[in-house]
Design a protein around this ligand. Sequence first.
Ligand code: NAP
Length: 366
Amino acid sequence: MKKVGFIGWRGMVGSVLMERMKEESDFTLMESYFFSTSQTGALAPKTPNSHDKLLSALDPRELMKMDVLVSCQGGEYTQEIYPQLKKEGWPGIWIDAASTLRMKDESVIVLDPVNRSHIREALTSGGKTFVGGNCTVSLLLIALHGLFRENLVEWVSSMTYQAASGAGAKNMLELLDQMKAVGSTFDQHPALGALELEARMTSLMNGPSFPKENFGHPLALNLLPWIDSELPSGQSKEEWKAQVEANKILRSKTTIPIDGTCVRVGALRCHSQGLTIKLKKSAHLSSVEEIIQSANSWVQFVPNTKADSLAKLTPAAVSGKLHVPIGRVRPMTLGDQYFNAFTIGDQLLWGAAEPLRCVLRMVLEE
Ligand code: NAP
C-alpha cells in the first residue's frame, strides 16, 4: 500500500476532502498519515490504516517518507516546502489545492470530468505534480464543457458571485460574526423604522468595532468587488486566473479569451457566475442546451424559467452537492452568436476537493 500524507486536512478544502474520501472508502486503499503546522504530536483523525499521531508538516524528513503528499494547506506552505522536497530528490507525487504551482510546466491542472485522459497520460509518463484549478475556473469548465469540446466558444465574460468560504475557514467564520453583530443590533432596536435601521446598520458596518480582521471590510450587508492581489493589467489575480488556467486545462491551440469581474458576496458556500458567451457561429437554443447537458455526468441543465432558476440555481440549493447546474441560458439581444447563462457550483467540492480526490484515486489504482 502507498503511504499518503495529508497536510491542511482541517481547513475548508481539507475537511471536505476528508468527508468525500470517507464516503468513497478511499482510505482503505492506502496507509494514511496526517501532518500539521500547528499541532504536531496530537491525535490524528482515525481512518482505516492511519498513523495515530500528527506529524510535523514542516519536517522534510517525515514528509519524504511518503509516496504521495496531498496539500490543502495554502500557497505559502507550498512555496516553502515543495522546492525543499524537490531539491532533496523526493520521488513522490505532490497533489495540491493551492495556486502556487498551477502554471509551472511540470504541473497538470486536474479536473477529472474535463481532462481525465490528460491526467492519465501524465501519470503514465512519470508526471509528479498535480494541482487543482481555481474554483471558479473548474466550475465554469464543468458547466461549459460541451461548448468548449465542440470548439464553439469564441470568448466568455464571467461575472462572479463568490462565497465567503472561498477565502478559507477564518473568513467564513468572520462573515458569521459580522452577521451576529448585525443581528444583535437589530435585537436592540426592533421598533425602529426601516430607514432608521438601515442608517444604524450602515454606521455599524463602517464603525471600528465591526469584526473585519480577515476580509478587511464588511461582507455582511455588503459585497466586495475585488478578490486576491492587484495586477498591472488592472485585473485582480482571481480574474487573471480564468483565462490562463482554463486554456491550460483545455490545452487550447489558440487562446480562448475569458475575462470578467470577480466579486465576493455574503453567501457561505458556492460560487455563482453570470456568463456572456460569444459563440464562433450562430446556434439554436435547443442545440446549445443539448451540447451543454450531454457533456459530462456532473453538469445539470436548468430550464430558463423563474421557478426553476430560483429553486435550482442558488447557494441554498447547491451547497454540499456535486452537480454543477447551469441555467438562464438564452440568446441575447446583442446578436445571434451571444448567449446568456448563469452557473453555480460548490467551490469546495468540484471547485477544490473533488479533483484532488479523483487524481489521488487514479494514483492509488495505478
Ligand atoms: P483554510 O480553511 O484557511 O485552511 C488552511 C489551514 O489553516 C488549515 O489547514 C489549518 O492549518 C489552518 N487553520 C487556522 N485556523 C483554522 C480554523 N479555524 N479552521 C480550520 N483551519 C484553520 O484554507 P482553505 O480555504 O481550505 O484553502 C486551502 C488552499 O486551497 C488554499 O491554497 C486555497 O487558495 C485553495 N482553495 C480554496 C478553495 C476554497 O473554496 N476555500 C477553493 C479552491 C482552492 P493547521 O492545522 O496546520 O493549523
